[in-house]
Design a protein. Structure first.
Ligand code: UDP
Length: 323
C-alpha cells in the first residue's frame, strides 16, 4: 500500500516507517522535525518537511502522495506541558488533525490509523482498561486525543472515513538504530538509563505513597516493535474502531529501576520526591480485543527485554541522534 505517515521522524513513527518499508509498502513521511530527527528518517521513504498547522502544507503533501492510508503519529504528547499550555495542544493535535482530515478528503483517502492514548481514559474506576472503559481525560493532552477520535467517528459516519484508534499505554524499548531521544527527556526508562550512562547522578521517583504494592506508580510498558506490529495488522485487516495496546500487567517505577540496574549493572541511585501532578496510580491495558480481532501477539512483553533493547540503543547513541 501507499501509506502517508505523519510524525514519521519521531520515536514511534520512525519505527512504523521502517516496518512498513520492510513489509514492502510505499511510504511518504510528513514531519516538521520539531521532535523528530533527520537521522531517524529512512532513505527509502519520500520525506516532506512540513507542519500540520499549516493547512496548505499538509493539503499539498497528501495531494502529491495520493496515499491509500494515513498513519497519524504527529502530535504533542507531554501531559505536564499540556496542563501549562492547553491551546498549544488543541491547536496542534486537533486543528492540525482537522487539516489532515481535509487533506485526506481532498485526495479521496479515507483510511486512517490514529495514535491515540490511554490518557483519553483519565483515572479509570476499574482495571484493566478495556475499549469500553468510560473516557474521561484528566488533562488537555488526553482531551485533545479524545476530541480527534470523536471527529474521526463523525467523519466515519458522514464522510466514509475508516478510522482505527490505537490507544497506547507506555511506549518503550528500541528497534535497531531507532530509539527514544526527546529534549527534554521526561519518560521514565530513558531518564533511568541516563543515570547508568553517567549523564545524571540519580533518578527521581515521583511519589511512593500511591495505592500500589510498593507505593510507586504502575504503568503498562509496551515495546515499540509490538506497538507498530499492531498498526500494520490494523492497516492490513481493514478493521475500524478502537484498540487498547498494552501487555496487561504493569511494572512499578521501582520495578523499572530495578530492571535497569540488572540490565546495566549500574547501581542507579534513586531519590523519592513529590508526586508529579496528574499521575494516576495504575494504568494497565486490557488488550484482548487487539489479540482477538487483529491477531496481535506482543513478542517482547517482559520489562527486562524492553529495557535491554532501550539500553543497547542508548549505549550506541549516548548523546541521542546527531540532529
Ligand atoms: N516517573 C518517575 N521519574 C521520572 C520519570 C517518570 O518517577 O524521572 C514516573 C511517572 O511519575 C510515572 C511513570 O514513571 O508514574 C511513567 O512516566 P512516563 O513519563 O514515562 O510515562 P506516563 O505514564 O506519564 O505517560
Amino acid at each position: 500500500m501507499n501509506v502517508f505517515v505523519t510524525g514519521g521522524a519521531g520515536y514511534i513513527g520512525s519505527v512504523a516507517v521502517k516496518t512498513l518499508l520492510d513489509a514492502g509498502h510505499e511510504v511518504t513521511v510528513f514531519d516538521n522535525l520539531e521532535w523528530g530527527h533527520r537521522a531517524a528518517l529512512d532513505s527509502r521513504a519520500e520525506f516532506v518537511l512540513g507542519d500540520l498547522r499549516n493547512r496548505q502544507e499538509i493539503v499539498d503533501a497528501v495531494g502529491r502522495a495520493q496515499p491509500e492510508a494515513v498513519m497519524h503519529f504527529a502530535a504533542y504528547a507531554l501531559v505536564g506541558e499540556s496542563m501549562q499550555d492547553p491551546l498549544r495542544y488543541f491547536r496542534n493535535n486537533v486543528t492540525g488533525g482537522i487539516y489532515l482530515a481535509e487533506a485526506m478528503k481532498e485526495a479521496s483517502c479515507r483510511r486512517i490509523i490514529f495514535s491515540s492514548t490511554c490518557a483519553t481514559f483519565g483515572q479509570p474506576d476499574r482495571l484493566p482498561i478495556t475499549e469500553d472503559t468510560p473516557q474521561r481525560p484528566a488533562n488537555p493532552y488526553g482531551e485533545s486525543k479524545l476530541m480527534y477520535e470523536r471527529i474521526l467517528l463523525w467523519l466515519q459516519e458522514r464522510e466514509g472515513f475508516e478510522p482505527v484508534f490505537l490507544r497506547y499505554f507506555n511506549a518503550s524499548g528500541a528497534v535497531e538504530r531507532l530509539g527514544e531521544d526527546h529534549t527534554p527527556e521526561t519518560h521514565l526508562i530513558p531518564c533511568v538509563l541516563k543515570v547508568a550512562l553517567g549523564q545524571t547522578e540519580k533518578v527521581q521517583v515521583f511519589g511512593d505513597d500511591f495505592d500500589t504494592p510498593d507505593g510507586t506508580c504502575v504503568r503498562d510498558y509496551i515495546h515499540i516493535e509490538d506497538l507498530i506490529q499492531a498498526h500494520v495488522l490494523a492497516l492490513e485487516s481493514g478493521e475500524t474502531g478502537a484498540f487498547n495496546l498494552g501487555n496487561g500487567d504493569g511494572a512499578s517505577v521501582l520495578e523499572v529501576i530495578e530492571a535497569c540496574r540488572k540490565v546495566t549493572g549500574h547501581p542507579i541511585p534513586a531519590e523519592v520526591v513529590d508526586r508529579r501532578p496528574g499521575d494516576p496510580a495504575r494504568l494497565v491495558a486490557g488488550a484482548d480485543k487487539a489479540r482477538r480481532v487483529l491477531g496481535w501477539k506482543p513478542r517482547f512483553p517482559d520489562i527486562g527485554t524492553i529495557v535491554e533493547h532501550a539500553w543497547a540503543w542508548h549505549q550506541a547513541h549516548p548523546d541521542g541522534y546527531p540532529d
